[in-house]
Structure formats: structure tokens, C-alpha cells
Design a protein around this ligand. Structure first.
Ligand SMILES: Cc1cc2nc3c(=O)[nH]c(=O)nc-3n(C[C@H](O)[C@H](O)[C@H](O)COP(=O)(O)OP(=O)(O)OC[C@H]3O[C@@H](n4cnc5c(N)ncnc54)[C@H](O)[C@@H]3O)c2cc1C
Length: 439
């Protein structure tokens, strides 16, 4: 990737810079865009994809990132495009839109290891009472689901032991390489005319009751509209402008092993996954005791999205413990409890992992909202300001969120109903506690 990185000193007036080539218009626009210029703050998956969709619509885009693209959660996640865990309603509709956009992105962008061979939730004798109800519910929600026996589960993921008696194969799930995706999105946005500026957005600039730009660490940027896509850090910029924005913050952690010879391209999940979702906990047959590993029972404050996938280079990614932390600037470093659960639960459920060399561990801070839904919205109290944040499942719903946000900015009707994602709702403006970790 060769991004056009512009230091702020060169970019004080992004929409009159004569050195900047005119953006190419790729999306057919029947009416001129409502916003001719937009500043997008934060180059995670949401910001990078928003910049791309806006630039394609002919908007002059300045994408501001304080570190480097993908520095937040988007460059650190497991890359699961998780249909099977999205609850029916707005969450699933947003995920469906993303699922539609991903193959298009895979065709258009540099390779980001898009693997569309489904997810496999492997299970053991203990979980049998829950499986029928779960499968029935997900099929009723319209997801393409097969129930496979233990042998077929081992064909899909050869690491699984004989004790695995079956699997739920969710055919519409997929996975990607998160860092490569953000890089590819930024490269494509830059190719379409967007400009990437490495700088720290400090506060919103307001004039006559309208958001007119961003004051950064080194100067002032102005534009017709501002889109805040700063992930967990969005709340700081909003509250500094007197706009309440309640987010919760999750530290999530990953492990990378040495490459293995066996190859598989299904996104595998273990049974402790079931514990993390409110809609699963309500199903007949659900009981903490049949889905939680004993190690989880002694560390109840750490959630575990139990997962294994393989990268193109043969390395395995294992995850993913989840801890709520006080704020976005909590250390993202892996913790003893998080790693204990990852190694202990996966090492017990999948003994073939036990002797693999661990090459790398990392963590990241991802946002969550009280009602588990993102904010993809205009901010009625401050015309000119838009927000795309609060995504707990941003690898899954990032492209769709960006597409919807870009639609809102340019005044185009989004493909899905976005009422549930509005800023002006109590979970965001007043805050709300959560019952399940990932919603
Ligand atoms: C370990 C881990 C595993 C995960 N696994 C999955 C998964 O498998 N599937 C899934 O769907 N989701 C997963 N997630 C969640 C997913 O990563 C997030 O939901 C998603 O990345 C959020 O994207 P974002 O663009 O909103 O925020 P971010 O990626 O955090 O991007 C925000 C960007 O804004 C920048 N920024 C912040 N403040 C400023 C400022 N003032 N000025 C300029 N720039 C600023 C940051 O540096 C950052 O680059 C996981 C998260 C983690 C940490």
C-alpha cells in the first residue's frame, strides 16, 4: 500500500488544496452529494470503509488517524464475520448487509484473506441439550445451518479430538485478516481520492451551532461534515463537545501459534461461546454448567469467545478472552487471567494445540454499548456531525456500518432501517448496564 500521507501542515484547507487531484466518481449519483467534503476521524475498519464509500460517491474526504490505520481494535481482532452470534433484528440485518458487501470488497481490494467457508461450533456430550433449540432458533432466523457429526467436524477442522461428537456448521459465516483489510480499505480510499492525515483530533469545531471541522494537535481542518469513527475513543470527542456518549470498553486478547501442516479454512468456535450471548442464554436447555469450562467458573469476570482459525501462512489464531475495563486507554496488553483461560480452555477442549509454539500474543480495546447496538447516526443536536461507533463486532458489521454512515452523510437512503442505531437513545445518552458480554 502506498497511502497519500499528508502531515497537517500541508492540509489546512482540505477542500481548496490545488495539489489534490479531483476525486473520481464511481458510484452513480442521481443527485449531487449533500456533503461536498467530509473529515472522517479514526482509520479503523469503520473510518477506512466510510472514507472509501464517501470518496467513491464523489465526496472530498480527509481521513485523520492519530497513530496508523488499524492501530485500534480493527488491526487486532480475530477477523470473524460472525453471523451465527448476531441476534435476530437490527444486529443480524446489519451483519447481513456486511455479508453482502464483503465479497464485493474481496473482488475490488488488495487481498485480505477473505475465507467464506462458514463457521463450525464444535460440541461435546455435555452441550447436547442446548444444540437442538439453538439450531432451531437460528434456522428460524434465516441462517443457513447444518448439523454435522463428529467425523465431519474433524474434516472441517482436523485439530478436533474424538470427543467432539458434532458441530453446527453456519455456512454464511466467514473470516478475514483484519490488519490486511484495513490496509486494503485505506489504499482503495486513497486511490479514490481520499487523503490520509496522521494527526490527533483534539476537539470538534463548532460555529453558529454547526459542526464545521476538527481542531487537531497541529491545526484546524474544516469541511461540510465530520464523521466520528474513533472506536472506543469516540466518547472523549463527543463529551468534550458537551454531547453525552456512554460506551463500555472491552479488552479482548489473541494468541498466534507457529504454523502447522494441517490446513483448514473454517472459523471454529468452542462451546463456551454460548455463554456470551443473551439470546442463547434464554433458550430451552441452556445452563451455565453445560457450556462453561471449570476454569471459567473460577474466573467469572473474564468472558471467553472460544475460537480457533488458521491464517494463510499456516499459523493459528486462538482467542478470545474478554474483560470489561474502565476506559479506552486501559492497557490492551494480555492479562494472566485472559491467557490462562485461552490456553486452559482451548488446551483442554482441543489437546492438539497443547504443544504448539506460541509466537505472539496481543490485545485491543473494543467498544460496547449498553444495548449491544452500534451508533450509526447523525447527531441532531449538532448539524454537520455524524457518528459511526460503539461496534463490538466491527469485523462483522464494519463494512455495513460504513456504508450506512456514508449514505447518511451524503443524504442517500440506506439499504436497511437504521432507527435502532440512532445516537439519541437512552443506552447512549444516559448509559445502561449489560447482561451478556457480547450481546
Ligand atoms: C482481540 C479482539 C478480537 C476481536 N475479534 C472480533 C471478531 O472476530 N469479529 C468481530 O466482528 N469483531 C471483533 N472484535 C471487535 C472489532 O475489532 C471492533 O468492533 C472494531 O475493530 C471496531 O472498529 P472501529 O473502526 O469502530 O474502531 P477502531 O478499530 O478502534 O478504530 C478507531 C481508530 O480511531 C483512532 N483514533 C482514536 N481517537 C482518535 C483521535 N482523537 N484522533 C485521530 N484518530 C483517533 C484510533 O487510533 C483507531 O485507529 C475484536 C476486537 C479485539 C480487540
Amino acid at each position: 500500500m502506498e497511502p497519500v500521507v499528508t502531515r497537517l501542515s500541508e492540509a489546512h484547507a482540505p477542500h481548496i488544496d490545488p495539489r489534490r487531484p479531483s476525486p473520481r466518481r464511481i458510484d452513480a449519483m442521481t443527485t449531487p452529494p449533500a456533503a461536498a467534503s467530509t473529515i472522517v476521524v479514526g482509520a479503523g475498519i469503520v473510518g477506512a470503509a466510510t472514507a472509501l464509500y464517501l470518496a467513491r460517491a464523489g465526496v472530498e474526504v480527509t481521513l485523520i488517524e492519530r497513530y496508523e490505520p488499524g492501530a485500534g481494535a480493527s488491526g487486532r481482532n480475530a477477523g470473524y464475520i460472525s453471523m451465527i452470534t448476531r441476534s435476530a433484528g437490527p444486529q443480524l440485518e446489519l451483519a447481513r448487509l456486511s455479508r453482502k458487501l464483503y465479497p464485493e470488497l474481496a473482488d475490488e481490494l488488495d487481498d485480505f484473506e477473505f475465507r467464506a467457508n462458514g463457521a463450525l461450533v464444535y460440541y461435546y456430550d455435555e452441550q447436547v441439550p442446548l444444540i437442538e433449540g439453538f439450531v432451531e432458533r437460528r434456522r428460524a432466523d434465516g441462517l443457513p445451518i447444518d448439523v454435522v457429526d463428529g467425523d465431519r467436524a474433524r474434516e472441517l477442522c482436523p485439530l478436533l479430538p474424538d470427543e467432539v461428537i458434532g458441530g453446527i456448521h453456519s455456512r454464511s459465516d466467514c473470516y478475514i485478516h483484519p490488519g490486511k483489510l484495513v490496509e486494503a480499505l485505506v489504499a482503495a480510499a486513497v486511490k479514490e481520492g481520499a487523503r490520509l492525515v496522521i494527526d490527533d483530533a483534539v476537539e470538534l469545531q463548532v460555529d453558529s451551532g454547526r459542526c464545521i471541522g476538527i481542531r487537531t494537535a497541529t491545526g484546524l481542518l474544516t469541511a461540510d461534515t465530520v464523521a466520528l469513527t474513533a472506536g472506543s475513543w469516540t466518547a472523549e470527542l463527543m463529551t468534550r463537545a458537551g454531547l453525552p456518549f456512554h460506551l463500555l470498553h472491552m479488552r479482548m486478547q489473541m494468541v498466534e501459534t507457529a504454523p502447522i501442516d494441517d490446513r483448514f479454512d473454517v472459523a471454529a468456535y468452542g462451546p463456551s461461546l454460548f455463554h456470551e450471548y443473551a439470546f442463547v442464554r434464554e433458550l430451552p436447555g441452556y445452563d451455565d454448567d453445560i457450556v462453561l469450562h471449570p476454569l471459567q467458573q473460577i474466573m467469572p469476570e473474564v468472558g471467553l469467545l472460544e475460537l480457533i482459525c488458521q491464517r494463510a501462512d499456516g499459523r493459528l489464531w486462538l482467542g478470545c478472552p474478554i474483560e470489561f475495563v474502565d476506559g479506552p486507554d486501559a492497557s490492551p496488553a494480555p492479562t494472566v487471567a485472559g491467557m490462562a483461560q485461552t490456553f486452559g480452555v482451548l488446551g483442554d477442549h482441543v489437546p492438539a494445540l497443547q504443544h504448539l509454539a506460541v509466537e505472539r500474543t496481543w490485545g485491543g480495546i473494543a467498544p460496547q454499548t449498553g444495548d449491544g447496538l452500534p451508533v450509526i447516526s447523525a447527531v441532531p443536536a449538532l448539524p454537520g456531525l455524524f457518528v459511526g461507533s460503539g461496534l463490538a463486532y466491527g469485523a462483522t458489521v464494519g463494512p455495513a456500518s460504513a456504508r450506512v454512515l456514508a449514505d447518511l452523510v451524503i443524504g442517500r437512503e440506506p439499504d436497511i432501517d437504521v432507527a435502532a442505531f440512532r445516537y439519541d437513545r437512552p443506552a447512549i445518552t444516559e448509559g445502561m448496564a449489560r447482561s451478556a458480554t457480547l450481546g
